[in-house]
Design a protein around this ligand. Structure first.
Ligand SMILES: [Zn+2]
Length: 451
């Protein structure tokens, strides 16, 4: 047998198709052997009793670097990810958006040696600036980020602007991640709430209301179908949005539906008690355990196609700086998302195979990073985690590695934990601590395409 650099022996390999006890061989950072034999290896890791899963591929992450690095930066955010079991991210930040090819090249250069995970970058689409679409796609962005409402200082796309953008991306085969809230509906609600002098937590879900999300997602779905463009509805917060996405998909739209743990596990009324620590948008909508089980059902069935963190941290001080109208939107998520998914598998709300599907394979496929990323197959990058599925532990603010320094899931008991993370065959985290590792830039799927 051909020698390998690293052999992971005796573990249970989890794929989307099932679990199998196989040995995994790695040579020069790539999976070169999967099978029952034990090829000679320079290094052997015994993994009896452990699950061997592909590393998390988190495709919606904001690390504020360069930019608001008092909130987060690449070294801290990606270390949090590595410890949790993430090996690939796609990042974009609203404060310093990538709008041109020069912006992309400059950011890529700045991030050299700043990432503990492999990373792709997304660009922000500005309404009316469709002339940059083809060049940005060919330069290697992983997707275009769009808003239907002016948010975080980024102007919103009207249906007309959205149509023009999606026509331009359809021509080059590009994909867009679209934040769906209808601006006329959030604006109208805001005017009423401000006139009433409202400043309580309850304003959040009246302002960022369900109608606004459903209307924008439905319009986006129609335009995506009619232009033939590939698009992802960002952070689907409740089942009704997934229904509209499902209808358009059944009619031929190339639509994916992303969701995040906060839309499964946090309740709508928590903002009344926790205020700014639950300020993110769309906000939490779950009102009952019935709602929660509906979301898990949609995830199992594939109506929700994948999970991301939408990691957008602020520290406790930053969250306390101003009233609910003024403080930043967003939650930290890189520390907690893989643990919460493993716990959902331990609780049998989903399976471990589902975890691989929704947090590795599907997101990698959606943005053209598969099969190099997202699945443990011969020829793929050896990005994987060793999971002890039985260990019980508690998510705590004290253990958060993100600069946020807190988690909305503080105190939640978790069953199952990533004990080691490997990036291209090199250890990147062990037992809750990051090990120095060097993430590489991942060009998007359009990078080599002619234009
Ligand atoms: Zn986001």
């Amino acid at each position: 047998m051909t020698d390998v650099d690293l052999l992971v022996a005796g573990g249970t390999i989890v794929s989307t198709r099932g679990r199998q006890r196989l040995n995994l061989g790695v040579t020069e950072g790539v999976v070169t052997y999967l099978g029952p034999e034990r090829p000679p290896a320079a290094q052997v890791v015994e993994a009896d009793g452990l699950l061997v899963m592909p590393g998390g591929v988190d495709t919606h992450v904001h690390l504020m670097d360069p930019g608001s690095t008092e909130r987060e930066d690449f070294p801290t955010g990606t270390a949090a990810g590595a410890v949790a079991g993430v090996t690939t991210i796609i990042e974009h930040a609203h404060g310093r958006p990538v709008r041109t090819v020069d912006d992309l090249l400059e950011k890529r250069e700045y991030l050299k040696n700043r990432s503990a995970v492999d990373f792709g970058l997304a660009a922000h689409a500005w309404p009316g600036s469709t002339e940059v679409v083809a060049d940005l796609w060919a330069a290697g962005i992983c997707y275009f980020k769009l808003f239907t409402c002016t948010t975080h200082g980024v102007p919103g796309h009207s249906p007309a602007a959205l149509k023009a953008h999606l026509e331009a991306t359809a021509r080059v085969g590009g994909v867009s991640l679209i934040h769906c809230e209808d601006e006329s509906l959030t604006d109208a609600a805001e005017q009423v709430l401000r006139a009433e002098g409202r400043n309580d937590g309850g304003l959040l879900f009246e302002w960022r209301n369900r109608d606004a999300e459903v209307v924008a997602a439905a319009v986006t779905g129609i335009i995506a179908r009619r232009t033939g463009a590939r698009a992802v509805i960002a952070h689907v917060s409740h089942p009704e949005v997934a229904e509209y996405v499902g209808r358009e998909r059944a009619d031929g739209a190339h639509l994916a539906a992303e969701s995040c743990p906060q839309y499964f596990l946090l309740r709508e009324d928590e903002v009344l008690e926790h205020g700014a620590l639950r300020k993110f948008t769309p906000p939490a909508r779950m009102r009952s355990s019935r709602d929660e089980s509906d979301m898990w059902d949609l995830l199992r069935r594939g109506a929700l196609t994948h999970i991301s963190t939408d990691h957008a941290p602020s520290t406790l001080e930053q969250k306390a700086d101003g009233d609910l109208w003024d403080v930043h939107f967003g939650l930290p998520g890189l520390d907690s998302t893989m643990p919460l998914l493993l716990d959902a598998a331990a609780r049998e709300q989903i399976t471990y195979e589902d975890v691989v599907r929704v947090y590795s394979r599907n997101p990698a496929r959606t943005y053209g990073l598969w099969p190099r990323k997202g699945e443990l197959i011969v020829g793929a990058d050896a990005d994987f985690v060793l999971v002890d599925p039985a260990v019980r532990w508690t998510l705590r603010n004290e253990d958060v590695i993100s600069k946020a320094g807190w988690t909305p899931f503080h105190g939640r008991e978790i069953t199952g934990r990533v004990v080691r993370t490997y990036l291209r065959g090199a250890l990147s985290a062990r037992d809750g601590e990051a090990v120095a590792s060097s993430g590489r830039f991942l060009p998007g799927p359009g990078a080599s395409a002619p234009f």
